[in-house]
Design a protein around this ligand. Sequence first.
Ligand code: NAI
Ligand code: A1CAB
Length: 283
Amino acid sequence: MTSPDAPARTPRLAVLGTGVMAEAVLAGALAGGWSAADVVATVRRPERAAQLEQAHGVSTTTDNAAAVRGAGVVLVGVKPKDVGPLLREVGDALEPDAVVVSLVAGLPTAAFEAVLPDGTAVVRTMPNTPAQVGAGVTAISPGTHATDEHLALVERLLAGTGLVVRVAEKDQDAVSAVSGSGPAYVFYVVDALAEAGVLLGLTRQVALQIATQTVLGAGRLLDETGEHPAILREKVSSPGGTTVRALARLDAGGVRAAFLDALQAAHARSAEIAAAYAPGAEH
Ligand SMILES: NC(=O)C1=CN([C@@H]2O[C@H](COP(=O)(O)OP(=O)(O)OC[C@H]3O[C@@H](n4cnc5c(N)ncnc54)[C@H](O)[C@@H]3O)[C@@H](O)[C@H]2O)C=CC1
Ligand SMILES: O=C(O)[C@@H]1CCC=N1
């Protein structure tokens, strides 16, 4: 007999287009308790199918419509340009009570709803690749027909990927610019720190090791102390010392302004993606 406190059995999960980001979410779902026996992942290439089966023990297919039959959660993991054709391919096969979960940058839930059967529940999400190691952050927003139960189910899907926050859908492009793309900025900075270490005579191995650990440690310090980054930065900067000298150069180089400009560009790109690829508005 099932205990009254036992979590409800997870519904069947179909992952449509299992690339880098969808595989990271899939790995998190399995780590969070989803059973591999309840997951089907779709692919375009047989080599990719074999990889996913071996790494995660899930079943795979190239038939998206077959994958969504019987699925209670349908994760859309393709690139924006592939969303319209994919939704048209699977719309008729969707279970009426399924929730469609998008991780696609830029495309609004309304664009999904416009081509899916009337009343389909859609939840838009913006994860990031640290989901692969359970240290991601994902923002989620409901579409018109998504209920609190649907959001709770999506939170359960993502529980093993890291932090999950609910945001208004209008903020998803900003989230994408900050945390969706964010790991790339951090890797860029680590690469630059390591390169500078090599310039100063360190071996590449030591330079990369200490640059990586510095970012990890600084992240943990921020998280565990809850202190503002400006305060923590001041604590590193001894008066007349080495750090203020370096920070003055970063300011002179316009690094802070470059970050603001870069994230505005990322945000603007989301709007361009929506204009070009929202199902029904593709051109
Ligand atoms: N990479 C990242 O850090 C993040 C990506 N995203 C979103 O994730 C989505 C995918 O991006 P990536 O994973 O980076 O790209 P990717 O190219 O690794 O993944 C897309 C996958 O979809 C497959 N595919 C395309 N059409 C298909 C179809 N009809 N049937 C089955 N499989 C199909 C491709 O073969 C590929 O494996 C994009 O919409 C992007 O906006 C969102 C947040 C972060
Ligand atoms: O570069 C992209 O478009 C996707 C969305 C956020 C991170 N990667």
